[in-house]
Design a protein. Structure first.
Length: 95
């Protein structure tokens, strides 16, 4: 099965992480807990490093696992244009 794997518009995929970027210390979201709590934790940790919308979008998928990561990798290409769009799509699908 061929899947999109990267649902971002091109501008997001060309973004560079800030120098000395470190992986977040956040539990990866698997769909079994409250998605709003995961997003709040993610945003809180990311704000220590950046509030750049593109970087917020680019890094978010690294906090997913299991069925949620599977769902994310099957989103259509060019669907996600901003972090707000990503959160909206997540909210619609994780209810």
């Amino acid at each position: 099965m061929k899947v999109g794997l990267i649902p971002f518009v091109d501008g997001i995929m060309e973004a560079q992480l800030p120098p000395k970027w470190k992986t977040l210390t956040i539990n990866r979201y698997n769909g079994l807990s409250d998605p709003n709590e995961h997003v709040d934790t993610y945003v809180t940790q990311m704000n220590f490093f950046t509030d750049d919308d593109v970087i917020m979008s680019l890094v978010f998928p690294t906090t997913l696992k299991g069925v949620v990561l599977h769902w994310y990798t099957r989103l259509p290409r060019n669907l996600i244009k901003s972090f707000a769009t990503l959160l909206h799509v997540l909210e619609l699908n994780m209810q």
